[in-house]
Write a protein that binds this ligand. Structure first.
Ligand SMILES: Nc1nc2c(c(=O)[nH]1)N[C@H]1C(S)=C(S)[C@@H](COP(=O)(O)O)O[C@H]1N2
Ligand SMILES: [Mo]
Length: 324
């Protein structure tokens, strides 16, 4: 019999991980990272630097919400990331995201709703059962993965927060903490932190929208957006904002990070669409990871990333080349 250690929010009851145990694990991990950073070339981690898996979570599998395509291996899911708060290289998040502390964590809820306030993450999650959903993730850069997420339907959490009739959009914000996020300290960064995203209310309430707290059966690795991140599988990956600290219900459409940076390249909707090319590259195909020089694993990109049956109705009558 062994004892599983979990972050406080991952526990079904009010048992809490002793701080000393937690700190030791952190010290161990940051030690590993520091040694590795001194030796390796920019780029991906070597096998010796494999990310430490998280703690096991209880969940129910949701085959009706899952693809049976081959899953992208854990190593690729956790070593090839976009999380600019930790650098722009694909290997930077795996190398540096453990400089961020994710326990305790709280989420501020504000705006047009009946239950505003600052919630400890465990209180936001407690009443809900975790599900596993295997979704495709299609990055706007034309690569994709298949990831088994653990989490809660976004709609279930939103309902508890009681949005009112003026709530037309939901806004999300990532942690801003340059002390812990080296990309936010970078003089080269063009992003106006914090990272911000948003959904129309009906998109947020769609059955596919998911708040993930883990992957591959374990708590979320920091580089994938611990301790809680959005997953909207029919949209380009940049909509799936990581490490969320704020949820706001509002009447106005929020400005989002990539839209603010390059509005002609990245729109608010960002629905996966092979018929609307990025100004600098085609969106007709994607590289399904793992992908190498000899087997790049190109495949056709499908409209709404293959989730049209669930979401096409949301955009009836809209010109998707205009609302990209
Ligand atoms: N806060 C924050 N969220 C983010 C990003 C980011 O840089 N910062 N990158 C986005 C992009 S471009 C993608 S493709 C996905 C990647 O998620 P993954 O690393 O878990 O595969 O996260 C998205 N969420
Ligand atoms: Mo992306």
């Amino acid at each position: 019999m062994f004892i599983k250690k979990r972050p406080s929010w991952a526990l079904p009851h009010s048992e809490v991980t002793p701080e000393s145990v937690y700190l030791n694990r952190r010290q161990f991990m940051s030690g590993t990272v520091a040694v590795a950073a001194g030796l390796s070339m920019p780029g991906l981690l070597s096998a010796a630097e494999l990310p430490v898996p998280g703690e096991a979570l209880d969940y129910v599998a949701m085959p009706g919400f899952s693809t049976d395509e081959k899953k992208t291996p854990f190593e690729d899911v956790t070593r090839y990331n976009n999380f600019y708060e930790f650098g722009t290289g694909k290997g930077d998040p795996a190398r540096y995201a453990d400089e961020m502390s994710v326990d305790p964590w709280s989420v501020v809820v504000e705006g047009e709703c009946g239950r505003p306030g600052e919630y400890a993450l465990e209180d936001l999650l407690k009443p809900h059962e975790y599900q596993e959903r295997v979704y495709r993730l299609r990055c706007v850069e034309a690569w994709s993965m298949v990831i088994p997420w653990i989490g809660i339907p976004l709609a279930d959490i939103i309902k508890r927060l009681e949005p009112n009739s003026r709530a037309k959009y939901v806004y999300f914000e990532t942690l801003y903490d340059p002390d812990q996020m080296r990309g936010q300290r970078s003089l080269f960064s063009t992003i106006d932190w914090p990272y911000q995203e948003g959904l129309r209310m009906d998109e947020a309430m769609n059955e596919l929208s998911f708040l993930a707290v883990g992957l591959y059966g374990k708590t979320m690795p920091n580089q994938n957006g611990a301790p809680i991140r959005l997953v909207v599988p029919w949209k380009y990956g940049f909509k799936s904002i990581k490490s969320i600290v704020k949820i706001r219900f509002q009447e106005e459409r929020p400005k989002t990070t990539w839209e603010m940076l390059a509005p002609q390249e990245y729109g608010f909707y960002a629905n996966v669409n092979p018929d609307v090319d990025h100004p600098r590259w085609s969106q007709k195909r994607e590289r399904r990871l793992p992908s190498g020089l000899l087997s790049p694993n190109w495949m056709e990109t499908v409209k709404f990333n293959g989730y049209g049956e669930q979401v096409a109705d949301l955009y009836k009558g809209m010109d998707l080349s205009k609302f990209y």
